[in-house]
Structures are given as structure tokens and as C-alpha cells.
Design a protein around this ligand. Structure first.
Ligand code: ADP
Length: 301
């Protein structure tokens, strides 16, 4: 097969591993910088160009679109879909997953366990917003944050109200969430491919910290997950319409709670912690499922 990887940087671990895995299985693979792709959009003949050349005949495309280039990246992916190329994850599903509020609403509709979460723009009544999620302690998150930046644990009602007020003053979109204390500073990343969790790792926050992000000093290790956790992760990915997803779970007294569903999950942490060939599993999934014109949406919606 001829496979394109949309990635801004061919040197990234995930990109390198996907290239290796595809070549090892006899495929031709090319890394394309998504921002350098340009498109001819018309109703008769859709085309994609790259550095002065017209790109043709890809069987599949693997999107690795960073959050900062979601808008243009998903447009390029949609163009490939309109040209009949099979996308590992569809543009519509990626767009969906990048909107945290929409994602949680979709998951809630399917009765998937979630931490009690409040969203607000300009709540006239901050104490009521806080009460809605069970009061203090509470976790307050900036919607635009990544790698744990902008995630604050407010231990008391007073602290929570002040943090909410401060974020509101900055006109930031925020989420106020019940604090899952029993998770003990750990979360579980389930790497879903199709209807299977192919690898799972536990990320544990360092002493005195509740955020388990590896960038915040957390450590990763292999973990056995329960059948319920497995089923929850697969259902969350399916609800978002993602074939490949990193589903982050918190272990709570009332079962697994989904924190986030990531449409471009990194391979480095999970392959290192579990020793599994996740890149190879992705390529095998493409071999089994890639057919021309087989997207569910063909970029519609
Ligand atoms: P980011 O997307 O920036 O990584 P997260 O929402 O994943 O932010 O939060 C960062 C970390 O903080 C999580 O990995 C988890 O360990 C911890 N955390 C987040 N929300 C909660 C919560 N409601 N209860 C307990 N711990 C949480």
C-alpha cells in the first residue's frame, strides 16, 4: 500500500515509528508536512499538491495533527477523504475530539462515566457553579491547556471561588470538575485501535502532585486493566468516531471515569512503558480496513 503520514516533523518518535512499521510490512510511506499541502477545491477534480507536485494514489492517510494546526490540518485530511483516500481517523471525528465541551456532551449522552463537570462562560453565580460539581475540593481547568498546564486543584471553597473568578477575569473558557481523590494522583492511558485496547499504561504523579502528566514529572508503567475499563475505553473511542484513540481514565469508587479522548495519541510513552509494538498494530489495522471511499462521512458535517 501507499501510505501518507500527515505530520509536521518526521523526527518525532511517533512519526518515525509509524514509518518504520509501515516499511517493515512492505508498504511505501511518505511523511507530509500538513501545512505545506495545498489543495484545489472544485466539484469536478479534487487534487492535493505538495511542493510543486500533485500527490496521487495514496491508499491510506495517517493524520498526526497537532492541536495548534487542527483547523488547517483537518481541512487537508478532509480533502484526502473527498479524493477517496482512507483516513485512519476521520476529519470529523478529530474536530469533534478537539472540542472538550462537545466531547464530554457526546460521552455523557452514551452514559459513559465522567467526572461531574461544570462548564461556564460568565456564571452570575460562582458559588452555585461550584456547588453543582459537589463543592471543594474541585479541579479547575483551562480549556486551552495541555500537559497539565492550567489544571488547578483548589482544596477549599474560598480557593476554588477565587481561582474561578481569576480565570473568568482573563476571559478564559474553563471547566470545573469534581476532584477524584481516590485516583491517588494516577490516571490510565488506554491505547485503543478499532474495538481493542492494545496497550494500557498507568501514569503516576510524583509525590505531592495530583497531575500525572509525564511533563510534570509523572512516571509511566504497564498496568492490567479491568474488563469494565477496557469496555469503557473502547466505547469512548467509538462514541467519538475514532478508530485510534488515547483514552484517559481515572479510577474512581464508582468505576472508570473518562477524562479525555485524544485523537493523536503519542506512541513513545506507551511503547516504552508496555514494550508493545503499537505502531505495528496501527499499520495492521490499516491493512485490514483501508478501502477507497470507505469513510463514514467523506468529510461531511
Ligand atoms: P491535560 O489535558 O492538560 O493533560 P488533564 O485534564 O488531563 O489536563 O489533567 C492533568 C492531570 O491531572 C490528569 O492526568 C490527572 O492525573 C489529573 N486530573 C485531572 N482532572 C482530575 C480530576 N477531576 N480528579 C483527579 N485528578 C485529575
Amino acid at each position: 500500500m501507499k501510505i501518507a503520514i500527515l505530520s509536521r516533523n518526521p523526527k518525532l518518535y511517533s512519526t518515525r515509528r509509524l514509518v518504520e512499521a509501515a516499511q517493515a510490512r512492505g508498504h511505501e510511506v511518505r511523511v507530509l508536512d500538513v501545512l505545506r499541502c495545498y489543495m484545489n477545491i472544485n466539484s469536478e477534480d479534487q487534487s492535493m499538491h505538495y511542493r510543486g507536485e500533485e500527490l496521487e494514489d495514496f491508499d491510506a492517510v495517517i493524520p498526526r495533527i497537532g492541536a495548534s494546526v487542527t483547523f488547517y490540518g483537518t481541512a487537508v485530511l478532509r480533502q484526502f477523504e473527498m479524493m477517496g483516500v482512507y483516513p485512519l481517523n476521520e476529519s470529523v471525528a478529530i474536530t469533534r475530539s478537539r472540542d472538550k465541551l462537545r466531547s464530554l456532551q457526546l460521552l455523557a449522552r452514551k452514559n459513559i462515566g465522567l467526572p461531574i463537570t461544570g462548564f461556564a462562560n460568565k456564571p452570575g453565580d460562582i458559588p452555585d457553579l461550584l456547588k453543582m460539581v459537589g463543592g471543594a475540593p474541585a479541579v479547575i481547568k483551562l480549556l486551552e491547556g495541555t500537559q497539565g498546564i492550567g489544571v488547578v486543584l483548589a482544596e477549599t471553597r474560598k480557593a476554588a471561588e477565587s481561582v474561578i473568578e481569576a480565570f473568568m477575569g482573563l476571559k478564559a473558557n474553563i471547566m470545573v470538575q469534581e476532584y477524584i481523590k481516590e485516583a491517588g494522583g494516577a490516571d490510565i492511558r488506554c491505547f485503543v485501535i478499532g474495538d481493542r485496547v492494545v496497550a494500557a499504561m498507568k501514569r503516576q504523579a510524583q509525590e505531592g502532585e495530583f497531575r500525572s502528566n509525564l511533563h510534570r514529572g509523572g512516571s509511566a508503567s504497564l498496568i492490567r486493566i479491568t474488563p469494565t475499563e477496557r469496555a469503557t475505553a473502547v466505547k469512548a473511542a467509538r462514541t467519538m468516531g475514532l478508530n485510534v484513540a488515547g483514552v484517559d481514565l481515572l479510577r474512581s469508587e464508582r468505576g472508570p471515569l473518562v477524562m479525555e479522548v485524544n485523537s493523536s495519541p503519542g506512541l513513545e510513552g506507551v511503547e516504552t512503558a508496555t514494550g508493545k509494538d503499537v505502531a505495528g498494530a496501527i499499520v495492521q489495522f490499516i491493512e485490514k480496513n483501508a478501502r477507497a471511499n470507505r469513510t463514514r462521512t467523506r468529510g461531511q458535517g
